[in-house]
Design a protein around this ligand. Sequence first.
Ligand code: SF4
Ligand code: SF4
Length: 379
Amino acid sequence: MHKVYNWQLNRTMEYKYPETRPDKQVTWLFDTNKCIACQTCTVACKNAWTAGKGQEAMFWNNVETKPWGFYPLGWDIRLLEKLGSQNWDRNKYLGKTIFETAPYGEEMLGFMPDAEDYLHPNIGEDEVSSAINQGDYLKMVHQPWMFYLQRICNHCTYPACVAACPRKSIYKRKEDGIVLIDQARCRGYQECVRGCPYKKSFFRDYTGKSEKCISCYPTVEQGNQTQCVVNCIGKIRLFGFKNNWQNPREDNPFDYLIYFKKIALPLYPQFGLEPNVYYIPPINVPGQFNKQLFGPGAETAVQLYREAYKDKYLIAVLMLMGCTDKIIHRFDVKGDIETGYAIGYDEKGAEIIRVPIKEPIIIRNKYDEQKDVYRISVS
Ligand code: SF4
Ligand code: SF4
């Protein structure tokens, strides 16, 4: 075991390999508050990568309704129960990670789901946290709550799948931090399936090998965002690259939301993998639940999101989500919050997108002179 620094835990921790960070790191931002659980992302990913034989129950992207949704069944609560106390002292994690609680002779605390656990990917969808009795009515903020959690491989900085693989078949690319399984080396031992706490490495019995999200690398290499992002109906997603926690740039949209505003947070940072998918936490969920999922910064992030309409830079980045297929490397804001624009630039500094910070409301006349018809709003 080596001592490595995990900035999400604010401390060093144990990991199988020495600390190495890629030149740049693939990163996703998901705004949980805007998701409508349409599953378009899930279908887009499935059509692109997992439509073959033996991949029927394999979803590299899934969207589950918390608190009752799981894919595979119970993936997180089964591990959380084993992990023990998960306390924080402000931003420092006092509990143990899955690497620090590894049973004797194993690389990390893990478990193997059963085949049946993958058969109901929509379990719990749209189910709220508690029963609604006859005669109940919704109060704001309503007591029975739920939210949609979008899940893909986190292309972790300290991947459990990499540490688990006895064949060294899994590797993290130096140029962009994408984690891949070498299909030629894999022998299907499934240690990555057991070890990944997010359960985002899957065994394909048709080939006898494991597979996982490849971060759509053929399209990323062309400067485009991933399939789950460009097909998102709710425009809740943004894909690109973040910088190291030690040298963030304020004009990088990922660094801005993660390091400067601290509004986008990792999922279960206490597992210790330094995951690279960042979530804006849901605002109508009990604080303790949010804290368990997204760490001690969740409450501040929720407050910031509620006030986001006052902050033109924050709103500007949120408006850049889902507005272009191209990867945005830098952003800028021109004008004020009422009439200004958010602008996205590519790697070479060329403008690729310009969107209004505040979407204009256009009220058209009921009478259309050109067509000589009345248009009646039925809404
Ligand atoms: S989420 Fe799981 S499969 Fe993906 S890099 Fe991390 S440990 Fe590996
Ligand atoms: S496509 Fe977007 S809005 Fe629809 S389920 Fe996926 S993340 Fe949510």
